[in-house]
Design a protein around this ligand. Structure first.
Ligand code: KG4
Ligand code: ZN
Length: 336
């Protein structure tokens, strides 16, 4: 296996992106197709699970075909099929999983189930190979976690969110100030135009590696309601900036503690919120200050895609994590 190039075809359908990719040796993207449903869900202010799974059914075959066409490849050259098994929306996951099982059966290829968060983490490997041990701050729509990667595809979770995930908090705050869905990129943009003039509490400002974002979300909601009741207008740019400041402060503080406590020399980040300009800047400043090496995923590969699933799938495959066709999807599960 060491000498031969390994091509993994990955499929991702856990939320509102239908995606397929081919990655060589867990490092090189050969083809990457992502069909986003954002325009459809925007009308409803968030992802509607039933609509999402119907869209996946309509799109999955087209996306897989386009991925192979772009790579100018057929299944002869594919070594294994990797697929997101969970967590995510169950109806959405099942579409990708059934497609992967069908391909594995028809073309007689190994089926490699991948945890969605391992996918996000291994998006980093598409920039440069991760050096172990590495600390990863996972910040997505469904997860906020500090993960210590002890060696290739082995990890230990140091801390997690006790309630809302950071991306979820971004989306809810965006909804309260009425700037639309998905909130993260919109708040990111607005914040760059504002000043941190609103006073918001730093959530779970303690010495653990855990996070909490529901209190911050409530603080923003209360602030907006109180201001409106008083007949004041909200300065959305300033509120976005104040909110983002507090979020990045707590992320940096907990990351710094983990870097120091574990003597970490290599830092990575992962998930949709890792696309955030302020958070990327603060985390890179932190690594410079701590004098450690770091690398972040490409912005386009921070949010859901299948290249990350193929990359993680390569390492899972190398470890022999191949499964039978009877496996089911799971909607919730921790990285453990
Ligand atoms: O990782 P992801 O695609 O989905 C999950 O696996 O959960 O992350 C989606 C989340 C959404 O909450 C979205 O608002 C957030 O990532 N996001 C951002 C940015 N781009 C996407 N949050 C902050 N700043 C951004 N630039
Ligand atoms: Zn994701």
């Amino acid at each position: 296996m060491e000498n031969k190039d390994i091509y993994i075809l990955g499929i991702e359908s856990s939320c509102d992106e239908t995606a397929c990719a081919i990655v060589k040796n867990g490092t090189e993207v050969i083809s990457n197709v992502v069909l986003s449903q954002i325009d459809i869900h925007t009308k409803f202010g968030g992802v509607v699970p039933e609509i999402a799974s119907r869209q996946h059914v309509e799109n999955i075959t087209l996306v897989i075909e386009e991925c192979l066409n772009k790579a100018n490849m057929n299944f002869d050259k594919i070594d294994a099929i990797a697929v997101t098994r969970g967590p995510g929306l169950i109806g959405s996951l099942l579409v990708g999983l059934e497609a992967a099982k069908t391909l594995a059966f028809v073309y007689n290829k190994p089926l490699v189930p991948v945890h969605h968060i391992m996918g996000h983490i291994y998006a980093n490997n598409l920039v440069k190979p991760i050096k172990y041990p590495a600390l990863c701050l996972v910040i997505s729509g469904g997860h906020t976690e500090l993960v210590l990667l002890t060696e290739e595809y082995e990890f230990k979770v140091l801390g997690t969110s006790l309630d809302d995930a950071v991306g979820e908090c971004y989306d809810k705050v965006a909804r309260v100030i009425d700037i639309g869905y998905p909130g993260g990129p919109k708040i990111d943009k607005l914040a760059s135009l504002g000043e941190p003039n609103y006073n918001l509490p730093i959530p779970l400002n303690d010495d653990t590696y855990n996070f909490s974002f529901s209190g911050l979300k409530s603080a923003v909601i209360n602030l907006v309601h109180n201001e409106l009741q008083r007949g004041n207008t909200i300065n959305k740019e300033d509120l976005a900036c104040s909110f983002q400041d507090v979020v990045s402060k707590v992320l940096v503080k907990k990351t710094q503690k983990a870097i120091r406590d574990y003597g970490v020399k290599y830092f990575i980040t992962a998930g949709g919120v890792a696309a955030n300009s302020k958070i990327r800047k603060e985390l890179s400043d932190l690594c410079e200050k701590e004098n450690i090496e770091y690398s972040f995923p490409e912005i386009s590969l921070c949010t859901d895609n299948a290249a990350m699933i193929s990359a993680a799938g390569y390492f899972a495959y190398k470890k022999g994590q191949v499964s039978g066709l009877e496996i089911n999807a799971f909607s919730t599960t921790d990285l453990k």
